[in-house]
Each structure stands twice: as C-alpha cells, then as structure tokens.
Design a protein. Structure first.
Lengths: 273, 320
C-alpha cells in the first residue's frame, strides 16, 4: 500500500536515465565484442559493428582456456556452497536448536568475527594452504571460505524461529538430531539455506585476490582472474577483451535472469540488523 | 544413531519425565551439539586464529617467498612510518572510500525510491538495477577501462561530440580517481539499493498518511520520515560499503597492472600494495604482514567510529 508514490513524468525520466546508465555500458561491451580490431580503433567510434564478426570470441578461445575456467568456476562454486551449507547448518543447529552450553558466548564470538576483516590476511592463508600441499588445486579456491561465520549467524536466525514443540515431539518419537535436522529443520528453513547458497555463489563469483594468490597455473583459475590475465598483454585487442567480458559475465547473468526473484530476496535478507 | 530409536515412542516419553534420564539425554545433546560445531571450530581455529597469530609472528620477521624467516624485531613496524609508497596507498584508499560511500548511498537511495513507484516496466527496472551485482567484476572493470580509453573510448568520444576536449583519464590522479569511483559505485550500488528498498517497505504507510494530512510535502516526508526511519538500513549500507571499499583490490589490479608503473600509483590501494609486497617478485612477506595488520587495525577503528556514530544518529523503533 504505497499509494503516496504517484508516478509523474519526471519519474519516467529518472528511471530511463538510471536504466540507460546501466545498460549502455553492457551494450557497448557486446557491440565491441562483435567488431574487428580495426573497427574498434575508429575515431569517432562507430556504434554498430558492421560487419559483425566473431573474431573476438575466437581470440578468447585461442588465448585462454575459457571452458576450463568456466568448469573451474562451477566446481569451486558448488564446492564452496556445499561446504558452507554443511558447516553452517551443523553449527547453527547446535546453537539454535540444541542450544549447547555456552551458545551465547559462541554466538557473540561469531558476531565479532563477522565484524573483523580477517579476509585481508592472504599471506597466512596461503602459507596454510601450502602446508597442506593444496596450492594449484580447485579445493584451495574455496577451502578457507567455507567456515563462514556470517552464514552461521544467518541460519541461526532462521533456525531460531522454528517452533520448539516440533523438535521436542520428534525427540520423543526417538528421532536423532541428524534426522531432525535433515527432515524437519532444513525443510522448514529452506529459504534461509537458499539465501545462503545464493550469497555464497555470488561471493565466489567475485573472488579475485585469493585465486591469483593460491593458484598460479591458469588451468586452476576461475573466470574472473582468468580473463584478468588478458589485460596488459593484449591491450589493443579490445574486441577480444570485450568478448572475454561477455563470455565470462554471461553465465551468471543468465542464471540471474532465471532466478531473479530469489536473488533479490536473498540479497534483501543479507541486510541483517 | 542412538539406542533411543530402538525404543517404542511411549517408553521414551515416560523416560523423559524422569530427571535422571533427562540429564543423561541433555548430556548426550551437548556432546552431539559440540560435534556439530566441530567443523566450524576447526576451520576457524586454523584459518582465522592460527592464521592471525602466524601473521603477527611474521610481521616481526624478514621473510620472502623462499627460505626461512629471520627475526628482525620491530623493523617492519618502523618501516611503516617511512614508507612513502604505503602512504600513497593509504591516502588513495581513504580518498576512494570518502567518495564511493556517499556516492553509493545517494545512488542506492535514488534507485530504492524509484522502486517504490508503480509503473509499467518496474520489474524490468529492478532487474536492470540488480544487473551490476551479478556481472563478473573483472568483466565490468575491463569494460570501463575500455569506455574510459583515452583515444578510442566511448566516453571521450561523447565529450568531444559535446564540444569538449578529450581527457587523459589514466594520466592524472584525479582522472584515475574518477574512473575507479565510477566503477566501484557501478559495481556496488545494487545490493544497497535492494537493502534500502526492503527497509522502505517496512515503514508503515500510516505514518506517511498522517504526515500528508499534516501538510508535509514529498520532500519534507523524505527527509523527516523516510531517512530517519530508514537509518538502521542506511547504517548497514554505510558500514558494509565503507569496509568493502577500504579492502578494494580488484578494480586497481585489473585496471592498473603493476608493469604500467606510470599510472599505477594513482590508483594504488592498500590491499593492492599488500599483494605487491607479498606476492610480486621475491616477496617481502614479513613487511607485508605488518602492512596487513595496520590495515586491519584501521578498518576496525573505522568500524568502531561508525558504530559510535550510529548510537547518535540511527533511529531504532521502540521494540528495538
């Protein structure tokens, strides 16, 4: 019921300006991707590629192992999501449902760790991963991030809302905690787990510093750092650079267009107060 | 799992009434609870606590990528004060944050307000606003590098078409600052928009009606009602954007490769400098650790200041 917001002419104008400011850069990326190198170097630039060519995309496949990078990104994302969900669900269940002694202290510690910018310490994490002999592996990409204190807190909030009677009744029926967790708590708090999964995928998608530090060979990198390698050495081939951008950005944009509502709802829930 | 499952349900219910059985069950619950917490604790112990301790230890040593670390006392910390490169990185980082945070707040407030209106194409508008959040940052950064390209870039072409003269965006500190802040705002305004929009949804329309009846115009309503009632969400947005920008790395790294030494200092951020110290060439990891600890303390200090300010400026409802 937001009737106080009446749509006026200027609303459309502002909406159009904002929308164009977001879309025009993307359109320019696609246009450049379809140009030949010569067409990208015209002054003033021509907006429509004529004739359109896929040379840029071919250049991408020649210079970087695009499909390997894409596969690595998928594997790292799935690994990170599964790891995060398992660890956070177990921990949040212990804190919110079992309520282990000292749960409050643990929760305060978790909250404090959320506030502490520990993720800037790349050097020690690299040393630890090296000690495990895991550098240049896909596991190294996501292992340090699955112990996600934010995820614990998020799921804790969801699990806390589950009626106690439901769990008590299952206990009386002789169900084990593992069983209660998988058959009662997780289905009821499904929304929370989906939220955490989406936020985790988006976080993995944006990683750059950690992958380039821990994995030096390009076969073990994800898309973001992989296409970053194209810069510098091929600065003049803008059609190749933009093709790489389109090819790399497209998978997540497609997933987003399908799961739009879930993405937006998940992000709205990340604003924990 | 437990022998409980073998008993008949009624028996368990009877048993639960007896204190001794109950205590035993509670003890078992506790054991299972800590078992469930074990993976989290183990991971945090290794990657957060041991990692932090190792980082502190390393900061008192001279250590490269190879060979053994050598204890050098406070040398690394003394170096922090005389390192002009570090000063550049910190000044840049705080400068970017000071520009990006207000930029993100203004843009996301505007977009969240626009989302409140009912017009045709609203759902498309929401998707468009969210697009930068799902776009691969590297792709967007390469794209903006191309848009701001001095000779062939679209932005200079537009400036020239409008009668201006083309700008060498990467040739000056101010130019790089503009490019970096535009990219960071573009990449990070979507999530705040959604959070502020969700916050606006929670404000009851009764309050607006009352204010309208009392004669408050839409501008007045925005500043006297929306902003104060939205302040918890706004605080969250300011906090996360500030911390995120203080940790900025990807934009500087993709836009300004280390080999372009001419312009790299214009956009050098603290984390980028930390990365260069630790992982480029032979590495200077002892000193890099000291730099990261300084950054860690600075980010914590900024967060604490923001939390202090929150008490004064943020309005929470009576029910908390």
């Amino acid at each position: 019921m937001l009737h106080q917001y009446r749509v006026r002419g200027w609303t459309y104008a502002v909406v159009a300006v904002v929308g164009l400011l977001v879309l025009v850069p993307f359109a320019w990326m696609v246009a450049t991707a379809l140009m030949s190198p010569g067409q990208t170097l015209l002054v003033p630039p021509k907006v429509i590629p004529d004739p359109a060519t896929l040379d840029g995309a071919r250049g991408v496949f020649n210079r970087i192992p695009y499909l390997t990078l894409l596969g690595n990104t998928v594997v790292a994302s799935i690994g990170r999501v599964i790891g995060t969900l398992v660890i956070c669900t177990l921990a949040a269940y212990a804190l919110a449902v079992i309520k282990v002694p000292g749960a409050r202290v643990i929760l305060v510690t978790v909250l404090a760790l959320i506030m502490v910018p520990g993720d800037i310490f790349v050097v020690p994490n690299f040393a630890i991963i090296s000690a495990f002999g895991l550098t240049d592996t896909l596991v190294a990409l996501f292992l340090p991030s699955i112990f996600d204190v934010f995820g614990v807190f998020l799921l804790y909030q969801f699990f806390r809302g589950i009626p106690r009677e439901l769990v008590e009744a299952a206990r009386m029926d002789g169900a084990s905690h593992l069983r209660i967790m998988t058959t009662i708590v997780v289905p009821i708090a499904r929304g929370g787990l989906i939220t955490l999964a989406i936020l985790t995928v988006l976080a993995e998608w944006k990683e750059l510093l950690w992958p380039i530090v821990v994995n030096r060979s390009i076969d073990k990198l994800t898309l973001g750092p992989g296409i970053a390698l194209l810069r510098g050495s091929y600065t003049t081939d803008y059609n190749v650079l933009m093709s790489a951008g389109v090819l790399a950005a497209l998978p997540m944009i497609l997933i987003f267009l399908v799961l739009q509502k879930r993405f937006i709802a998940s992000v709205a829930r990340s604003g924990l107060k | 799992m437990t022998n409980l499952t073998l008993r008949r349900p009624e028996g368990v219910a009877d048993g639960l009434r007896r204190p001794a059985v109950r205590r035993k069950l509670a003890r078992r619950d506790t054991r299972i609870g800590f078992l469930f917490l074990l993976p989290l604790f183990a991971g945090l112990l290794v990657f957060r606590f041991y990692g932090f301790g190792y980082n502190v230890w390393l900061s008192f040593n001279k250590a490269g990528a190879f060979g053994r670390a050598r204890f050098t006392g406070l040398d690394n910390y003394e170096r922090l004060f005389s390192d002009s490169q570090l000063r550049i990185a910190l000044v840049n980082t705080f400068k970017f944050t000071a520009i990006v945070v207000p930029g993100v707040v203004v843009v996301s407030l505007l977009c969240a307000t626009l989302m409140q209106y009912r017009f045709r194409g609203q759902s498309a508008f929401r998707a468009i606003v969210f697009l930068p959040a799902v776009c691969l940052p590297t792709a967007a950064i390469l794209l903006f590098g191309w848009l701001f390209q001095t000779r062939y870039g679209l932005i200079n072409a537009i400036i020239q078409a409008a009668g201006g003269s083309s700008v060498s965006w990467f040739g000056s500190s101010a130019g790089v600052t503009v490019v970096i802040t535009v990219i960071v705002v573009f990449l990070s305004f979507s999530v705040p928009t959604i959070i502020l929009y969700a916050g606006m949804q929670e404000i009851s329309s009764d309050i607006y009606e009352a204010a309208t009846i009392d004669g408050a115009g839409s501008v007045r309503r925005f500043f006297s009602l929306t902003l104060p009632l939205l302040s918890p969400s706004l605080f969250f947005v300011v906090l996360t954007t500030t911390i995120g920008t203080l940790k900025l790395f990807d934009v500087a790294y993709v836009l300004l490769p280390p080999e372009q030494s001419a312009s790299v200092n214009f956009g050098l951020t603290a984390v980028y400098y930390y990365y260069q110290l630790a992982f480029l060439n032979v590495g200077d990891r002892g000193y890099a650790s000291a730099v990261s600890l300084l950054l860690f303390v600075l980010i914590l200090a900024v967060s604490i200041v923001l939390f202090r300010l929150q008490r004064r400026f943020v309005h929470y409802g009576e029910d908390g």
